[in-house]
Write a protein that binds this ligand. Sequence first.
Ligand SMILES: [Zn+2]
Length: 166
Amino acid sequence: MKFDYCPVCGDKLIPKQIGDEGDVPFCEKCGRPFFPFSYPCVICLCIAEDGDVLLIKQSYGISRYVCVAGYIKAGENAEDCARREIAEETGLEMLSATFLYSRYYEKHDNLMLAFACRVRKAETKLSGEVSEAAWFTPEAAEKALFQGAYGIDMLHKWQEIKGNAL
Ligand SMILES: [Zn+2]
């Protein structure tokens, strides 16, 4: 996201040299820069105590298994966003979150923050955005995810580090 106009007062922004950042869009009226940014969001590999992985199908778009994901709200910590999205979409309680990696997703200008989230296994309560949720062993989850899905990378990363995490 790049600003041409000030999101506060609407004035045209001018490039201004700021430290090592080079030219940054600046509002002279408000006296502040508006740095370009990518929308941050979380993607959560939900794992129960027994190692099973929860995947969901969204109500909109292509019907395939994906991980819980969502946009971070202004002022929200990434871990709190993960806890909120998991609760909203599946009704499950997140017990802890381990950061896996971040990845820029150009199509939607998102910075994806990937977490392995320990959740308490329980009956799911799905939001209107979710049509289905199911538990899989890690091996079955890898098969259920589509080729190239973030969830597959996340499973691999989780398998690498899980001895030392959570
Ligand atoms: Zn302004």
